[in-house]
Design a protein. Structure first.
Length: 340
C-alpha cells in the first residue's frame, strides 16, 4: 500500500487524461490540476507535477521528460500515475484519518486490468473505495434526475474518452465509450497544419488554437476570425508563422466531432423506446472540457434532431457528481460499485 498519510474526510476523484480533480466532503473541490508529471531521467526523480509539469511539455531537454500518466482515460504509466496521485492527495491536505471513503470516476469502457491499475497506483489507499461510471457521476453533477424512472442522456467529452449514456434509476441503460475526445481534436489541428502548410506545432500550441478559434458549427464563430500560429517548417526546418482562420480549424476537427456524433446516434438507436421518448422530450446534456467547444451543442442538435445543451460548469460535472455521492451516501451509494 502506497499511502503516505490518511485523510480525515471522504474524497471524490475525477482521474482524467487531461486533468485530475479532487473533492473533499464538507469542503468541495480542493484540487484541479493537469495530469502531467515531469521527471529527471538521469536522477530518476520527479521535478514537477501538475500545472508546473504541463508548462514543460515540448520544452524539455533530453534529460527531462514531461509525460501524461493517463492515455485514453486509463493509466498508461503506472509509476508516474502513482506519484501524481500521491502528490495531488498531499496538496488536497484534507487532514488525517484511518479510514477515508473514496469515490473514483472511471470510464464506462474500463477493463478489469485497467481497474486494477487504478487501484494499485495508490488511489485505493483507503479502507472503502467505490468506483462510479463517469457518465453517472457527470449526470449527477449536472443535476439530472438519474435515480428516477425517467431517461436522461449525458455526453461526457473528456480529454481521452467520450462517454455517452442514457440513464435511468441510477444506472446506464444504453451506453458507449469511445477513445476519441479532446486530445484527438487537438491532434487533428496539428495534423491539419502539418499536412496543409508543412507547419509542425506542439501539443500546447494546438490546444491554444483549439481554444482561441476552434468551433464545431458555423453558427458559433465567424469563419473569418483568424490567429497567427508559430512552429517550424518541416521542409526547411526553419521557424515559421502562418495565419489560420476559424473556418479552417472547424473543417480540421470535423472527423473527431463526427465520430462523437455517431456514438451518440448509436446509443440512441439502442435505447428502449420509452426512455428514448424521454430523451427526445428532455434533451441531451453535454459535460467535460469538449462541451466548451463553441457550437458543439448546435452540431449535435442538428445531427440528432434532439435539443442539446451544455451543463452548468461542465469541467467539474464528474468530480461534483462524485462529491454529491459522498454527501448523500445513503441514497446514492447504489450508483457505485465497491472495489476494495
Amino acid at each position: 500500500m502506497f499511502w503516505p498519510f490518511r485523510t480525515s474526510s471522504s474524497i471524490g476523484v475525477d482521474l482524467g487524461t487531461a486533468n485530475t480533480l479532487m473533492y473533499v466532503s464538507g469542503k468541495g473541490i480542493v484540487l484541479d490540476e493537469p495530469s502531467v508529471v515531469a521527471l529527471d531521467l538521469e536522477r530518476g526523480i520527479p521535478l514537477e507535477v501538475g500545472e508546473g509539469a504541463k508548462r514543460m511539455i515540448g520544452k524539455t531537454p533530453k534529460a527531462i521528460q514531461a509525460i501524461r500518466p493517463l492515455r485514453d482515460g486509463v493509466i498508461a504509466d503506472y509509476a508516474a500515475a502513482e506519484l501524481m496521485i500521491q502528490t495531488f492527495m498531499r496538496r488536497g491536505n484534507a487532514g488525517k484519518s484511518t479510514a477515508p471513503r473514496m469515490v473514483v470516476g472511471i470510464p464506462s469502457s474500463i477493463t478489469d486490468v485497467e481497474r486494477r491499475a487504478v487501484r494499485e497506483a495508490g488511489i485505493t489507499g483507503s479502507k472503502e473505495v467505490y468506483l462510479i461510471d463517469e457518465t453517472v457521476a457527470a449526470a449527477i453533477g449536472a443535476g439530472l434526475p438519474i435515480t428516477e424512472p425517467v431517461g436522461s442522456m449525458i455526453v461526457d467529452i473528456g480529454g481521452g474518452t467520450t462517454d455517452v449514456a442514457v440513464l435511468s434509476l441510477g444506472s446506464p441503460v444504453s451506453s458507449e465509450s469511445i477513445r476519441i475526445a479532446g486530445d484527438e481534436i487537438t491532434e487533428s489541428i496539428a495534423d491539419y497544419l502539418k499536412k496543409t502548410y508543412g507547419l509542425v506545432i506542439g501539443e500546447s500550441t494546438a490546444e491554444k488554437v483549439k481554444i482561441s478559434i476552434g468551433s464545431a458549427h458555423s453558427n458559433a464563430r465567424n469563419d473569418e476570425r483568424h490567429m497567427e500560429v508559430s512552429g517550424f517548417n518541416n521542409r526547411t526546418g526553419l521557424p515559421e508563422s502562418i495565419t489560420v482562420t476559424a473556418g479552417e480549424i472547424r473543417e480540421a476537427i470535423q472527423q473527431p466531432l463526427g465520430a462523437i456524433v455517431d456514438s451518440i446516434k448509436r446509443v440512441l438507436e439502442s435505447t428502449p423506446p420509452e426512455l428514448a421518448a424521454d430523451v427526445h422530450a428532455r434533451g441531451i446534456v453535454l459535460a467535460g472540457g469538449g462541451a466548451l467547444i463553441p457550437g458543439i451543442s448546435d452540431l449535435i442538435t442538428e445531427s440528432t434532431g434532439i435539443f442539446t445543451i451544455v451543463a452548468d460548469d461542465p469541467l467539474h460535472c464528474v468530480v461534483n457528481g462524485c462529491g454529491h455521492v459522498l454527501e448523500d451516501w445513503q441514497n446514492l451509494k447504489r450508483c457505485t460499485s465497491a472495489d476494495t
